[in-house]
Each structure stands twice: as C-alpha cells, then as structure tokens.
Design a protein around this ligand. Structure first.
Ligand SMILES: *Cc1c(COP(=O)(O)O)cnc(C)c1O
Length: 642
C-alpha cells in the first residue's frame, strides 16, 4: 500500500496518516515534512511547526513524555459550537436561544475549565456538574452571569443543599432529577431553606445511542425517569405548589454517538415529551439534549465505534430543526436549547508527545548459519529451504514446512536432540525465510490466510516512553482508536511497519490499532530510527477523557504539561504560557501511602553501615545518598539521552 517509487511526497504522507480526515483543520503535514498546527481556525496565518514546539520544550529542560495543550484550539471549538447553534437557529427561524454547558467530567483540569468559561463568555456558555466535587468547582468557576449550571448525577442531601444555596446566591442552577427519591428530598429542602429551585427531569429514552455507550439509553439505563415517573414527578411538584419550578427536560443517550439517526430519534422523542408536558400546563423553558456529539478519531466518517457519520453542522441542524418541527406541529413554543458537549469541545486541544526509545523485533539479531559437521538434519533442512525460497513457487508450502520444522526443532531441543546453538541457527534461518516470503508476496495476487499474519509477525515494535494506562486509557479499556503519527520526517518514506509498546511491565501496554489510509491497521509505517536521533511521536485527540482518566500503573504518574498559545508577533507563532510539572516519584509514592523521607533515611542508614564496614568509600556513599534522593524527586518516566 505504500508508494514504492522513490518519489515520496507530502501527499503520500497525508494519504497514509490521514491527518486531514481526523485533524478538523487544526493539523496538517507541512511541506518540510513536519506536522503543522493551525490552532485558531479564524486566523489561518498562524501556523505552528510542531518541531519548534519540541525544540522549545527541550530548551526549557522539560522532560518527555509531555502533554501539549493548544489553548486556542479549545477556544476555537467553544466558539464553533456556539456559532453553529446560533447560525442554525437563525436559519431555522427558531424562536428561542442556545444555552450550552460544558460537562466538567470530560476534562476537569482547572486550566481547561477556565479557558472554556472565558471563551464561552460572549455566548453565556455554562458548566455541567455530575458530582459534589464538580458542583463545588462549577460554583466557583462558572463566572458567566447569565450562563446555566446544570447538575446531573446522583445526589445526596448535601449536594442538594449546596445547589439551593447557590440558587439563593443568584446563580442559574438547574437541578436535574435522575431518580424519583431525589425529588422528594429536594422539595422538602427547598421549603426548609425557602428557595425556589429550577428543576429538570431526566427522561430515560427508548432510543439507544449506537456505539460504546449505548447503555445510557433504553429500559435498563442507569439514569433517568420513566414516562410514568415523569408524569408523577410533575404532578408531585404541582401538589407542592412548585409547578413553576419545573423548567427543563433532560436526556442523554450516550457519548460518542456514531449514527446520526439515533440523534434524530432522540430529539424527536424528547420534543414530543416536551410538547405534551407543555400542554399539560408545564411550561418548560429548556430542553437539554445532553452530550454525545462524536469525534471522528479514525477519520472514516462512518458508524465505526471510533468515528461518526455526521458533522457538527449536521448534528446541530438535527437538534434545531428536529425540535422546531415537532413544536410547530404541536403548536407549542420553541424551548431554549441546551446541549452538554464535552468530547467535541476538548478532544482536539491536547496531545501526548513521546519519544521512541528503542526497537523490538523478532529477527533483529542473527547468528552465523554456516554448515557444521554432524549438525542436526533440521538445521540442514532449514538452510536448504532458505536457499530455495527464491527459486520455488509454492510459497504456502515453504511457509508450512518452515513453521513445522521450527516447532519440531523446539520439541527436539527439549528432548536434548538439538543443541542450543543449533536452535539459534534454525531460528535465524526461519526468520530469513519469512522475510523472503514477505518480499515475494508483495507482488502476489492472492495471499493465503495463514500468511497474512506475516506482516504483523515481521513488524517492529517501537518502544515509546509513556504509559498507555496513564495517557491513552481508552485504547486499552475499550479499543478506542486514537491517531498516532511521527511529528517530523514525513517528507521521507516511512519504511518500517510497527506497532507501539509502552514502558510498563504489562503486555497490554501497547497500541496496535492505527488510523491508516481509509481504514484501521494493526501496524503503522514509521521511519527507520537513526542512531543519535530523537524520534518523537504524537498521540492525538487525547483532550477528552484520556487526559484525566489515566491511572498510575507501575507508578508512572501524570505527565509534564506544556500550554501553548498562538501569538502572531512571535517568529514561531507561539509561546509557552505555562508549564505544569508532572508527578515526581515522591508524589506517586506518597499517594500510595509511602513516606519518601523515611525511605531516604533508611537507605542512608544502609549506606552509612556499608561505609562503616569499609565496603564503600565515604565519598562514594555521599554520592549514592544524593543519587537516591534525586531519583525520588525526579520524573517517573525514562530519562532521555542527551
Ligand atoms: C458524560 C456526559 C456528557 C458528555 O458527553 P460527551 O459525549 O462527552 O459530549 C454530557 N451529559 C451527561 C449527562 C454526561 O453524563
């Protein structure tokens, strides 16, 4: 599938890595073969060469792996979502407005929340919280006066009390009831505190979103009220003289909705419920369509689980026109529209940059395979086979023979018939045969099924300085595909097929699903590593969930973070606004209840004892003590060579 001619072009690289398909205009391969970033789609003149970002990170002495955040991308996405809603509302002559909120759980980092709130200020863009901690955050950070704060998730009395106090302070809080008993508690508290709350009811939808999170809809959904519960809840509010408090109808049928039809159906169902409630005398102000706006991670624009078959424009059009159609038909006013898009806002803005620190390949080291008097017949056979590959035509037969003899040789080794040195020769010859077979199969029209694995078996594993569990949890947990690519050298043809492995001691710590051309592949072509070169890879679209869900498998902690702002007047079009240090070994040990100071003392005592006993010299002992303490203060990842 690679262009075999010498004339490798940037277009070929683009075809291979598909940047234009998943990059949404933010990323592009530059003519110099480096990845370029256009962080503000409204100002395409600002282009950042990723290589300059890497150089500056190095200059500042920041260790890799690093999370790079483009704050302008975050801002750009916030305004794009709001502008799209506003434009569509105009076009549709929709008679109410859009009042979106950002669900904090998608990326709770303070800098991210602050940036979104600030970028959303002209639109009165608000926040959504799903837990007490998130509510406390939203109360302090949702500084946009007119914006909503929507409260989802299960609630206890304390949560509700906080929400009511915030209402008293004049914030536009909407408490969404997920479970009937919450309503009873809320009504009681509201009376006690003499606050008139704004209440939303979350409807359990019959529509299931298709994709990984389809469990958020349907009869067995964890959250929300059934239709009977909604009616009873509404009546309950009426009985308590709180009919006016019922302000919002909420639904959320899952994240990363892959199929636009699910969205259309959900909007239709939600609009019907809203209209009927309105006619029953519950004049709601808002319909909240939840999250679910997907990201095209694999660039296929399909209903595959890492993609979606619609654009943001189409999503917004379906929400606005869908709601309008039902309301007009039922002759009820258009409600204000709320959405809770998190993934769509945050995914693009952050990426992980890691360095390839080594290569692992089955056939990387060969032994001499010369004939030796009295050698085992398996060695002779394998050698003859290896010499014959070029002349013979039955490739499948050669493959079968070689595989079978390799297995038999191992059995013979265990029976002490074949020696260790002979086994090494057989192994070397076997891989030589496989490489030749692979070369010959490049022109073959038909490749037998067994032999299709050859490419994978012969591929390299590039060892990358990061932890999948910390930085790309979903690639491990739910087979999420994230775009991965080199950041430089894309004007050179990549000749090594590889998958990626991380530095954890876990065989699941790998990435072997890649966006490649029009599909997904288990290997990705990368460039041959050069001695003394630092070869960096980017793992993209990690801003939603990945950034904050990682765990400390093997005690690899949080990454160093670099926050980039685009800046016209700078020769490189950017500056590093802030650096946030990742976890030190001290940090991760303390979380696990260790006492790094005591550990240092214990080791120092051990060193002192060895000095006293004359095993090591005092000077050396001091160096040892310092070294141990510095390692504790250091980064948890591998130190790159200079
Ligand atoms: C997680 C969640 C969201 C965010 O969904 P995205 O698909 O990331 O936009 C919105 N609303 C609720 C209720 C959620 O639980």
């Amino acid at each position: 599938m690679l262009n075999n001619s010498e004339s490798w072009t940037i277009e070929d690289a683009e075809k291979l890595y598909g940047v234009n398909r998943w990059g949404s205009g933010y990323f592009e391969i530059g003519n110099n073969g480096n990845l370029h970033v256009t962080p503000d789609l409204n100002n395409k003149d600002m282009r950042i060469d990723f290589k300059s970002v890497i150089d500056e990170i190095k200059q500042e002495g920041i260790q890799f792996p690093v999370v790079v955040r483009f704050h302008d991308v975050l801002r750009s996405q916030v305004s794009m979502l709001n502008e799209t809603f506003n434009r569509t509302i105009n076009e549709a002559e929709y008679k109410a407005r859009y009042m979106g909120v950002y669900p904090v759980k998608v990326n709770q980092m303070r800098e991210v929340v602050e940036e979104i709130v600030e970028a959303g200020q002209p639109y009165e863009f608000g926040l959504e919280a799903g837990s007490k901690a998130e509510l406390l955050t939203a109360l302090a950070y949702n500084t946009n006066e007119g914006a909503l704060t929507i409260l989802n998730g299960y609630k206890d009395e304390e949560f509700l009390r906080l929400a009511l106090l915030a209402t008293k302070l004049g914030r536009k809080i909407i408490i969404v009831i997920e479970k009937y008993s919450e309503l009873v508690m809320l009504v009681k508290l509201a009376k006690e505190l003499e606050v008139s709350p704004s209440i939303g009811l979350r409807s359990k939808m019959t529509v299931k979103g298709r994709g990984k999170w389809e469990g958020s809809g349907g009869d067995r959904a964890k959250f929300g009220l059934t239709i009977s519960e909604i009616i009873s809840a509404a009546r309950y509010l009426e009985q308590h003289d709180m009919r006016e408090s019922f302000k919002l109808l909420h639904f959320h049928i899952g994240s990363q909705l892959t199929d636009i039809r699910a969205i259309k159906e959900a909007v239709n169902e939600g609009a019907r419920i809203y209209a009927e409630l309105f006619r029953m005398g519950f004049e709601l102000d808002y319909v909240d369509v939840g999250g679910g706006l997907g990201i095209d991670y694999d660039g296929t624009k399909s209903t595959s689980e890492s993609s979606r078959n619609y654009s943001m424009d189409e999503y917004v059009a379906d929400v606005v026109f869908g709601m309008k159609e039902v309301c007009d038909l039922e002759q009820v006013p258009h409600p204000n529209l709320v959405s809770e898009s998190g993934r769509a806002i945050t995914a693009h803005h952050s990426c992980v940059v890691t360095e390839v620190v080594g290569e692992i390949r089955a056939n990387s080291v060969e032994v001499q395979t010369e004939v030796k008097e009295g050698e085992h017949i398996f060695v002779t056979n394998m050698r003859d086979l290896a010499f014959g590959v070029d002349k013979q035509n039955n490739l499948q037969e050669i493959f079968n023979d070689a595989s079978q003899w390799k297995e038999q040789a191992m059995d013979a080794f265990k029976l002490r018939v074949v020696s260790l040195e002979e086994l090494a020769k057989i192994e070397t010859l076997y891989w030589q045969i496989m490489v030749k077979l692979q070369q010959r199969m490049e022109d073959a029209e038909f490749v037998p099924e067994e032999m299709q694995e050859l490419d994978y078996n012969l591929s390299s594993q590039y060892l990358c300085n990061f932890s999948v569990f910390q930085s790309a949890a979903d690639t491990w947990a739910i087979d999420q595909v994230l775009p991965v690519m080199p950041l430089t050298r894309m004007n050179e043809k990549p000749t090594v097929n590889c998958s990626l492995v991380d530095i954890t001691c876990d065989s699941d710590g790998k990435i072997d699903q890649f966006v490649l051309g029009q599909g997904i592949s288990d290997v990705l072509p990368m460039h041959k590593l050069k001695p003394n070169e630092h070869y960096y890879l980017g793992l993209f679209l990690t801003g939603a969930y990945q950034d904050v869900m990682g765990d400390m498998h093997n005690l690899f902690g949080r990454l160093n973070e670099v926050h980039i702002y685009a800046y016209d007047d700078d020769p490189e079009d950017f500056y590093i606004e802030e650096v946030i240090d990742g976890s030190s070994v001290n940090d991760v040990l303390s979380i696990m209840q260790y006492h790094p100071n005591t550990m240092a003392q214990t080791v120092k005592r051990l060193i002192d004892k060895n000095i006293a006993e004359g095993n090591i010299k005092p000077r050396e002992g001091v160096r040892w003590t310092d070294f141990y303490e510095n390692c504790l203060k250091g980064y948890t990842y591998l130190k790159s060579r200079e």
